[in-house]
Design a protein around this ligand. Structure first.
Ligand code: AGP
Length: 364
């Protein structure tokens, strides 16, 4: 299949730039202003079923697993249901306890990832309710699940996932809002989240308009042999995904750590040759994050912050627009997709087809 490249040099660049439109598509026709909620037609989960859910377990691999980690936090925050994400590849090998009151969600771009499909089949065999959060319509995982949400990112060709990750996280936002509104999320909070969701496409355009700054920074940091990515709570899965993006496409070694864990070991790695990319949202953890930047600076570490305002302790800051605290994670990784792209470009990498990787891993 071939697609119009529309002047982009790679699918990765093209797909990064398609995100505002893709998010718009994920939202279209789903928002219900009258009741400050969303309609998710394919969910097959009525309000009574939704209220009976005691736990949510999200399963995916790679980038989809990271989207699931953000999704779990959104579900906990907005619906107050205990939720967590786990790599499907690990879950299926540890003989998990399958609980009838748990809602299982399988996340996948291709809908064909073998580890995720095998986890779904095992769950179904044990009588669990499993939903899919999938991009490819009619794929194996979409067919095997009891219902779900299509993320509507459109075709993603680059092996390195970008726009699909963003649409997955937006879809989790919709699901969290939906579950929240069947439970204790107020009309006012529902409205606040809807307003935040509606702002996303415009804010993505704003981030992408800052491409020249990100290109310059990427050229500067491309000399590093290894990079540290840190974030806290909502920012941590963003850091993990950004670190995966960088290593997949540039082959630079990168490690992601919760900022809170630095002093328990990884601080020993900090020195001028080991730059840190820090996710610093303007939320209740801002001061804690700033303290981590100070600790890194005190060890002569170079810092690139992704934040809602310039960070004094950072050598460079990429400023992103602020949304609602619960939705900030959707936006904060986007500049780091461009950062990974431009780093790989500066290093002459095969961006759309990184070595040793396949778009869809249909084998064990
Ligand atoms: C994404 O950049 C990766 N290439 C990879 O981690 C991918 O997300 C993973 O293999 C899962 O694929 P899926 O979403 O198609 O299930």
């Amino acid at each position: 299949e071939s697609y119009d490249m529309g002047g982009h040099d790679t699918y990765m660049h093209k797909e990064i730039h398609e995100q505002a439109e893709a998010v718009d598509r994920a939202l279209r026709g789903r928002i219900d202003d009258r009741f400050s909620t969303v309609h998710l037609g394919g969910l097959n989960l009525d309000a009574r079923d939704a209220r009976a859910v005691r736990r949510v377990k999200i399963l995916g691999c790679g980038t989809s697993y990271h989207a699931g980690q953000i999704g779990a936090q959104m579900i906990e925050e907005l619906a107050r249901i205990p939720a967590d994400a786990e790599p499907a590849s690990e879950f299926r090998y540890r003989n998990p306890v399958v609980d009838p009151d748990t809602l299982y969600i399988a996340v996948s771009q291709s809908g064909e990832t073998y580890d995720v499909l095998a986890a779904v089949q095992e769950l179904k065999r044990k009588g669990a309710r499993v939903l899919g959060l999938v991009n490819v319509v009619g794929s194996a995982i979409a067919r095997e699940t009891d219902g779900g949400i299509y993320v509507h990112a459109g075709p993603e060709v680059c092996v390195v996932s970008t726009k699909c990750f963003t649409n997955m996280v937006v879809s989790f936002g919709l699901l969290a809002l939906h579950l929240g509104r069947t439970r204790d999320l107020s009309v006012a909070d529902g409205k606040r989240i809807i307003e935040g969701l509606r702002k996303l496409p415009g804010q993505i355009e704003e981030i992408l308009a800052n491409e020249a700054q990100i290109e310059e920074l990427a050229k500067e940091y491309a000399e590093a042999k290894s990079m540290m990515f840190i974030g806290r709570v909502r920012g941590y899965p963003v850091a993990r995904e950004a670190s995966l993006k960088l290593k997949e496409v540039s082959y630079i070694h990168a490690e992601a750590y919760p900022a809170s864990e630095l002093k328990h070991g990884p601080l020993a790695l900090i020195e001028p040759a080991m730059p840190t990319v820090a996710i610093v949202p303007d939320d209740e953890l801002l001061e804690k994050n700033r303290a981590a930047l100070e600790e890194i600076k005190a060890r002569s570490g170079r810092i690139l912050a992704v934040a809602h305002q310039e960070q004094e302790k950072a050598d460079h800051t990429i400023v992103v627009p602020k949304n609602e605290d619960e939705l900030d994670a959707i936006l904060m990784g986007i500049p780091l997709q461009l950062f990974a792209y431009y780093t790989a470009k500066a290093m002459g990498r095969d961006i759309d087809k990184p070595r040793n990787l396949a778009k869809s891993v249909t084998v064990e």
